[in-house]
Design a protein around this ligand. Structure first.
Ligand code: ARG
Length: 240
């Protein structure tokens, strides 16, 4: 039976063309604004989306440190309440100031988290933080949201918010994939066979477990490759 399942799996992989790999990578469009009211995009002043984030207070956004590091607060525009970035729904605010986790240098060294304070607080429901570290148990499924690429080599991004459900990987499996893996600062999510992942420009976006912020899109090698999970900031280590 197991052999049969393995053979069938191989056939399915073999007949799935590479270009069929869709969304976030392997996700779907979010079309209900009530599903992710706390989701925000980080854009340049000319409107180019480069990261995601989540409202954790009316005027407070959690995102990745690498999304804002070196940028002037006033050059970062936060867009909330807008699923389709080609529309002008929702609201925008520039950043008043931000705080980056102390000691942050690069994503693969951890501490990849920042809190942005908005000039104009936003009237949307905020995302509560994960209540316990039990959310990081292997095989717990989270949902990651973003406007990033839908395939590793993708250059024309969709203006629509996408999401994908991805299981958390055991620490041992993650350190097998990445020598730099630090289980205090990070966690991994992905399928051994790949196919579903965050990708370029999804950085900073939330990984939500049971309706709470558990992770922040941080890094990875390529996108959705087999045995190469996405790495997320372990939010509980930095915020509670
Ligand atoms: N660092 C990327 C960004 O700037 C996100 C990387 C996430 N990669 C992944 N395979 N999960 O948007």
């Amino acid at each position: 039976m197991r052999l049969l399942a393995a053979v069938l799996a191989l056939i399915v992989i073999a007949v799935t063309p590479a270009h069929a790999a869709p969304r976030i990578v392997g996700g779907v469009v979010v079309d209900d604004a009530d599903e992710a009211p706390w989701m925000v995009a980080l854009t340049t002043s000319s409107g180019y989306q480069f990261c995601g984030g989540a409202l954790v207070g009316p005027g407070l956004v959690a995102t990745a440190a690498h999304c804002v590091y070196g940028r002037k607060p006033s050059s970062i525009t936060v867009v909330g309440g807008r699923l389709d970035l080609l529309t002008d729904g929702g609201s925008t605010s520039v950043v008043k100031h931000y705080q980056i986790a102390e000691g942050y240098s690069t994503p693969s060294r951890g501490k990849d988290i920042a809190l942005l304070t908005l000039v104009q607080p936003m009237p949307y429901q905020v995302l509560p933080l994960a209540a316990t570290s039990a959310v990081y148990a292997a095989r717990n499924v989270g949902v990651v949201y973003g406007w990033g690429r839908q395939a590793e080599g993708d250059t024309n991004k969709s203006p629509l918010l996408h999401k994908a459900s991805i299981p958390i990987m055991a620490d041992a499996q993650c350190s097998g994939a990445y020598a730099r893996y630090d289980a205090t600062a990070m966690f991994c999510a992905g399928y051994p066979e790949g196919g579903v992942d965050a990708c370029i420009d999804d950085s900073g976006g939330p990984f939500v477990v049971d309706g709470r912020l558990a992770g922040i899109v941080s890094w990875g090698i390529g996108c959705a490759r087999p045995n190469t999970p996405g790495v997320y900031t372990r939010v509980r280590t930095y915020l509670s």
